[in-house]
Ligand binder design. Structure first.
Ligand SMILES: [Cu+2]
Length: 295
């Protein structure tokens, strides 16, 4: 909320942000100019009581998953758990009625921003440090990994931002990791949705996956590729991004004339629409799971 001051012009500025050795420059800039003019308006009163949110740390998670955000050495192509977006896959399948614990890792030398559709989550750890409960959110920054004296293996980058040998965060070197509790509780979320990096260029070049949320799903089904067994892999293997060679956004942005992905997007959007009109009995199961969790 913005409260206007005396008549005049006010500049709304962004801060400068360091996106990391492989990131694009983001100097401070003017986001908007606000103009205050005219007769004074009656002040709006803020509500005295806000809806109460539950601290999700009281729930026992149904499942623990790991999501590794990585990119190719030249920073052109982007992956989650080594692969690029494929709209014909379901990468993660969750049961409605469950709270899950997700560890979301930045395995590259530039910032990423984790975003989940349809719900909000609670951040409980960032870079290995506990985060106190202040509420829920739907985006969170994943800090870039860069080599320093104490951590020479995080990523080696040249002056042009080309990086090699990156590793994903580990228990010993958690910088770049965020742990969130995700409440798959409200029956209204049933169907397919996506989670992705909120930086458009990253999302459009592979850093997005499909999630299916259903009251009938297993409690902890592995994703495609698995988002459960990743910690058995080496931190270096987890940081690889393997371009599929076929990935494009729903329009032919990259100009190679291949519209395979366009058809996949159309199928995906049709599925999404179908999932909004779910049968009454499925809604009833979802509602039952929801009330079970609330007891
Ligand atoms: Cu990103």
């Amino acid at each position: 909320m913005v409260v206007g001051g005396k008549p005049g012009e006010y500049i709304f500025r962004t801060r400068e942000i360091d996106m990391g050795p492989a990131g694009d420059p983001h100097p401070k800039t003017t986001l908007a100019t606000l103009v205050v003019s005219g007769a004074e308006q009656t002040k709006l009163k803020l509500p005295d009581v806000f809806p109460e949110l539950q601290d999700l740390r009281t729930a026992t998670p149904c499942c623990k998953r790991t999501f590794d955000f990585s990119e190719t050495g030249n920073g052109d192509q982007f992956c989650i758990n080594n692969v690029q977006t494929d709209m014909s896959e379901v990468n993660t399948s969750v049961r409605i009625g469950c709270v899950e614990e997700w560890t979301v890792n930045n395995c590259s030398a530039e910032n990423h921003v984790f975003h989940h559709h349809q719900l909000q989550f609670q951040v409980i750890k960032k870079n290995g440090k506990d985060v106190p409960f202040t509420g829920w959110q739907d985006t969170v920054n994943l800090d870039f990994r860069a080599a320093d004296k104490a951590h020479p293996n995080r990523c080696k980058c040249d002056d042009d931002g080309n990086c090699t040998g990156c590793t994903c965060p580990t228990a010993e070197d958690p910088h770049g990791s965020v742990v969130v509790l995700v409440p798959f509780l409200d029956p209204v979320i049933e169907g397919k949705a996506v989670y992705h990096c909120h930086i458009g260029e990253h999302e459009d070049n592979g850093m997005m996956q499909v999630i299916s949320m259903s009251p009938d799903a297993g409690r902890c089904e592995a994703g495609t590729p698995s988002n459960i067994d990743r910690l058995k892999m080496s931190p270096k293997d987890r940081a690889l991004c393997k371009p599929s060679g076929k990935y494009k956004h729903h329009e032919d942005d990259h100009g190679d004339g291949d519209d395979d992905d366009h058809a996949a997007w159309e199928r995906f959007e049709r599925d999404l629409r179908a999932s909004w009109c779910r049968p009454a009995e499925t809604r009833a199961t979802a509602q039952a799971n929801y009330s079970l969790w609330q007891r």
